[in-house]
Write a protein that binds this ligand. Structure first.
Ligand code: ARG
Length: 459
């Protein structure tokens, strides 16, 4: 009886194990990088006379054929192979025979996969950096147009002091600029080639690791073969940088969602970037901003996942590390999608400048400036703070803004007030007087825009 299904049971188990172990469903993402790495390896092997010129040429031709056929769809990457490395090697042998069997000389899948993952993520670092640059260009264009577009600045989501739209956008410019710098740092630190490290202890062949590093545009070979096959720091650093990008996008999205609400009405999201409700005909929802905010969670998840995977792994390579791929790929694709969509949404966002200005005027955002007025007329700041507090209370009772009170009303609260108070607490004055670098005053803002324009031209 046991025998009747025993064989079958073993087969079934094997299939499950095979599926559990296999990575081709996701590592085919770096098919191109895998071939590229093999080409460099083979060129080096021939240069070191480990392979003949003829063998090298056969292998290179075979690999080019595989690239071409996968590209055209003639050759399909299927789950008949355990991973992308096996797929390429098996196809090569099928095409060119014995010479193909020499491709893997002096190489292990451990240094191979370390290389492929590096080549793939390195390229993505460049692409994400480029997408962020596109976003910065949209932000700076908004800044240039709005150095005198007044709005309330908030702390605790309470109106605090008047600022300009250029100033508010400028805050995000700085965040995404730092994000790009982080990506540059990661690139520099990761850009050493693990190829030639073998399984963990190098190889006995006279490989020229400097040469493969140079062919693949690395700054040099990695310096410890155990570390080379066991290092995923660059993945962790990248996911950390991506998490920070998402955190910034999410904060920005949250603001746009608030500004787009019926109560604020500071902005209107373009029809192309909003969605309707299936039941409520009046609705135009900020779904894209909400989705960007929502997708932040999965990118953070990827970071925590790989950190956790790596924490208990003894040197050198262990299969746990195969888990570095799926979530990283997902995080990369998520961030690229989010940055691109967010850029489009921001570019088409309509700012209701009048509503913003009225909001700034109505919220006592000039109270600090009113206190400063008293200070400039000899009142100690702490007393001025108390006087303006009482003034604001009076305004609330009367449902008026500070500059809507008569001079008599103002003088009843403090005799120090004179006619020039109106000018001193106007929105324009409040903003214009903030002219230290980094502040919203239009002159300071224009200088910052100039510096950041230069940065965009340079980098
Ligand atoms: N699929 C593997 C990974 O992603 C490739 C390396 C396999 N190495 C090994 N010794 N089984 O990590």
């Amino acid at each position: 009886m046991a025998q009747l299904w025993g064989g079958r049971f073993t087969k079934e188990t094997d299939k499950l194990v095979y599926n559990f172990n296999a990575s081709i469903s996701f590592d085919q993402k770096f098919f191109q990088q895998d071939v590229e790495g093999s080409m460099a390896h083979v060129k080096m092997l021939a240069r070191q006379e480990i392979l003949t010129e003829d063998e090298k040429n056969q292998i290179l031709e075979g690999l080019e054929g595989i690239l071409r056929d996968v590209g055209s769809g003639k050759l399909e990457i299927t789950d008949a192979y355990e991973d992308i490395h096996s797929f390429v090697e098996a196809n090569l042998i099928e095409r060119i025979g014995d010479a193909g069997k020499k491709l893997h000389t002096g190489r292990s899948r451990n240094d191979q996969v370390a290389l492929d993952m590096k080549l793939y993520t390195r390229q993505e670092v460049i692409e994400i950096n480029g997408l962020l640059k596109g976003l910065l260009k949209v932000i700076i264009a908004i800044m240039e147009e709005n150095t005198e577009t007044y709005m309330p600045g908030f702390t605790h989501l309470q109106k605090a002091q008047p600022i300009t739209l250029a100033h508010h956008m400028g805050a995000y410019f700085e965040m995404f600029k730092r994000d790009r710098q982080r990506l540059d740092d990661i690139y520099d630190r990761m850009n050493y080639c693990p190829l030639g490290s073998g399984a963990l202890a190098g190889t006995t062949y006279p490989l020229d690791r400097d040469y493969t590093a140079q062919l693949l545009e690395f700054d040099g070979p990695t310096l410890n073969s155990m570390d080379s096959v066991a290092d995923r720091d660059y993945v962790i650093e990248l996911l950390s940088a991506l998490s920070t990008i998402m955190m910034h996008l999410s904060r920005f999205s949250e603001e746009i969602i608030i500004w787009n609400s019926n109560e604020y009405h500071f902005v209107e999201i373009d029809d192309a970037y909003s969605t309707g409700s299936s039941i409520m005909p009046q609705k135009k929802n900020p779904d894209i901003a909400e989705l960007v905010r929502g997708k932040t969670g999965r990118v953070y998840g990827a970071l925590v996942s790989i950190l956790t995977t790596m924490k208990g792994i003894p040197l050198a390579y262990n299969k746990d590390m195969q888990e570095d791929k799926e979530l990283t790929f997902d995080a990369i694709d998520t961030v690229k999608g989010c940055v691109a969509l967010f850029t489009g949404m921001l570019k088409t966002l309509k700012f209701n400048k009048d509503v913003m200005k009225v909001s700034a005027m109505k919220g006592f955002t000039n109270a600090t400036d009113a206190a400063d007025y008293l200070v400039n007329h000899g009142v100690p700041f702490r007393d001025a703070h108390g006087i303006i507090g009482r003034l604001v209370l009076y305004c609330i009772e009367q449902d008026k803004a500070i500059d809507e009170l008569s001079l008599d009303e103002l003088k009843a609260i403090s005799p120090v007030f004179e006619q020039d108070i109106y000018e001193a607490v106007s929105l324009e004055t409040c903003v214009n007087k903030r002219m230290t670098i980094g502040a919203p005053g239009p002159a300071a803002m224009k200088e910052v825009i100039r510096i950041n324009r230069e940065y965009l031209e340079r980098e």
